[in-house]
Design a binder for this molecule. Structure first.
Ligand code: GLP
Length: 236
């Protein structure tokens, strides 16, 4: 694991964007895995800047997002589809048809998970997966459990995640209770992983995930077994 200590959030965002940008320059038709949450927002801003000011070209890039709320239309400003377009896709030259997120309005959640997993495999797998981390150690929406989830699945969110997400909603009852998320197995198949962790409130979980025992109770700890992980930390 390659751990980089950034002096602040801005530096974390710049470094993460440069690593993603480097991947796109090396392989213009890269398959990029993207994440939501507040931590990668700065990374997306920097990618937009690299596109505008340095001509970083996403025209051949393909993307797959980690997850999407279930039963949540893409017009909902809290959908991850909305988030990604708002923060990144609307501001770079990626083709519409190259952007993929699980369909949160699918009638058959299980079939949608299988379709998503198959699409990733058919695209040749993810070259570089960007990840944040939840306070309970979740990646994507893979919550602490007694086993690691293999493939894209319909996941029931824990109270801790629903509480964390409720900051974006007027009422806690409106926060989606389930989501479709790449599994731990899907994430581990990515050729490279880039994790961004920011804020003193993430210090305890970052230590557990990066240096503690590998356990499904801390889903991100599995990354210790991945061969090509870079973690950028700005946690003071
Ligand atoms: C959500 C997303 C995760 C993300 C997490 C942390 O649960 N599904 O992919 O890592 O939020 O978000 P934040 O960076 O806002 O703490």
């Amino acid at each position: 694991m390659n751990v980089i200590y950034a002096k602040n959030y801005q530096e974390l965002s710049e470094k993460a964007a440069l690593l993603i940008g480097g991947q796109v320059i090396r392989k213009p038709d890269s398959v990029l895995g993207f994440a939501t949450g507040s931590t990668p927002i700065g990374t997306y801003q920097e990618l937009v800047r690299l596109h505008r000011e340095s001509g970083l070209d996403f025209s051949r890039t393909v993307t797959f997002n980690l997850d999407e709320y279930f039963d949540c239309p893409i017009s909902d400003t809290n959908s991850y589809h909305y988030f990604m377009h708002d923060h990144l896709f609307n501001h770079i030259n990626i083709k519409k048809e190259s952007v993929h997120l699980p369909d949160g309005m699918a009638k058959d959640a299980q079939a949608e998970c299988e379709r998503y997993e198959k699409m990733i495999a058919e695209a040749g797998g993810v070259d570089l997966q960007l990840l944040g981390i939840g306070h309970n150690g979740h990646i994507g929406f893979n919550e602490p459990d007694d086993h690691f989830v293999l493939n894209t699945q319909h996941i029931t969110l824990t109270d801790s995640t629903i509480n964390a997400n409720s900051r974006f909603y007027k009422n806690r009852e409106d926060v989606p209770k389930t989501a479709l998320s790449m599994g731990i197995g899907t994430i581990m198949k990515a050729k490279q992983i880039l994790m961004v962790i920011s804020g003193t409130d993430k210090k305890v979980i970052a230590e557990k995930a990066l240096f503690g025992p590998v356990t499904p109770q801390v889903p991100a700890s599995i990354l210790q077994f991945h061969q090509n992980v870079t973690v950028i930390l700005a946690i003071d």
